[in-house]
Write a protein of this length. Structure first.
Length: 28
């Protein structure tokens, strides 16, 4: 989640993908 803060400032699509991937990994 910490990376999402800085990554979100760089772009929108990239952080969304990272969040989705991490969310799936955490859910598993």
């Amino acid at each position: 989640f910490a990376d999402l803060g800085e990554t979100e400032l760089r772009g929108f699509e990239d952080p969304v993908r990272l969040y989705e991937v991490r969310w799936r990994e955490a859910a598993t």
